[in-house]
Design a protein around this ligand. Structure first.
Ligand code: NDP
Length: 281
């Protein structure tokens, strides 16, 4: 391992706007240190409308991979030359890398949540009833991932049309529902931003979540959100979004390096990290 970046160092990064407070480079660099490889991750602020030249630049500069965050996930899916099946289904990518003269895009958000559920709660979605609140990009990734593992998925969202589109990702195992459907759920996921700002409404009445269910709030800052706090005070097992954040980044490391990600080291890098600010990941 070298003392620091040199002319031989492999470079990856995160592109988005804003990215200055992103936790992704912290996660990636912790992985590279633990793996003992001469790689470095940095933030690249890329404004909306500048993604195409940024991706061309990635290839031209020999950058080995990029994590893609807002506002670029949908446009990146259109611009890459090849998509994994899940990126194709979602029409959104959260990581890209040079591949065979082109650029391949994947979406590790849903698989990241599944890995976090398995690791943190031993939760296997097969045959379980899941309720997802929200129908945006994160919710869509979660719905597709849960259904892909054999879960039934109910989507509850403020606006009906995005709800129907998200539920359709689960095929015959998906439907649009109402908050009361939580009563029969094994897993309840908040995939809205409600809870990020003081004074936000709760995403779902906590009393609707049954005692034996597992709850996950995809928000990781602040943690716990008021919703998680209310559930935990009732004794409901309730996870924040840090596990999904760590595991989606771990899967990106594996795509780029071909090595198994050192998940424990990545966890340690962010457990006591300062808040990410508005840049999400
Ligand atoms: P989007 O903007 O794509 O979607 C937001 C969803 O929340 C929409 O369905 C929207 O409903 C709903 N929503 C927003 N505001 C309200 C409100 N005031 N009342 C009711 N519903 C509302 O966001 P994302 O899907 O990208 O992100 C959602 C959350 O997930 C964020 O908090 C984000 O930080 C978190 N996240 C966490 C990740 C992790 O690794 N832990 C990864 C990705 C995201 P409508 O359709 O009606 O507009």
């Amino acid at each position: 391992m070298t003392a620091g970046p040199s002319a031989a160092t492999a470079v990856v990064g995160v592109i988005g706007d804003p990215v200055a407070h992103s936790l992704s480079p912290r996660l990636h660099n912790a992985a590279f240190r633990a793996l003992g490889i001469d790689w470095v991750s940095v933030g690249f602020p890329v404004a909306a409308g500048s993604l195409a030249p940024a991706l061309s630049g990635m290839a031209a500069l020999g950058i080995r991979g990029l994590s893609v965050t807002m506002p670029h996930k949908s446009e990146a899916a259109r611009l890459v030359s090849a998509r994994t099946p899940i990126a194709e289904l979602l029409g959104a990518v959260n990581c890209v890398w040079p591949d065979g003269g082109g650029i391949r895009g994947d979406n590790t958000d849903g698989a990241g949540l599944l890995a976090a559920l398995a690791r943190q709660a031993g939760f296997d979605p097969a045959g379980r009833r899941c309720l997802v609140v929200g129908a945006g990009g994160a919710a869509r990734a979660v719905v597709a991932a849960l259904a892909g593992e054999g879960a039934e998925v109910v989507v509850v969202n403020r606006s009906p049309e995005p709800a129907a589109r998200a539920a359709a990702l689960a095929g015959a195992d998906g439907r649009v529902g109402v908050p009361g459907d939580a009563a029969t759920a094994d897993l309840v996921v908040n995939a809205t931003p409600l809870g990020m700002r003081p004074g936000d409404a709760l995403p779902l009445e906590p009393g609707l979540v049954p005692d034996g269910a597992l709850a996950v709030d995809l928000i990781y800052h602040p943690s716990p959100t008021p919703w998680l706090g209310a559930l935990r005070s009732r004794g409901v097992e309730a996870l924040d979004g840090l596990g999904m954040l760590v595991h989606q980044a771990a899967l990106q490391i594996e795509r780029w390096t071909g090595l198994a990600a050192p998940v424990d080291a990545m966890w340690r890098a962010v457990v006591d990290a300062p808040g990410p600010g508005p840049g999400r990941h």
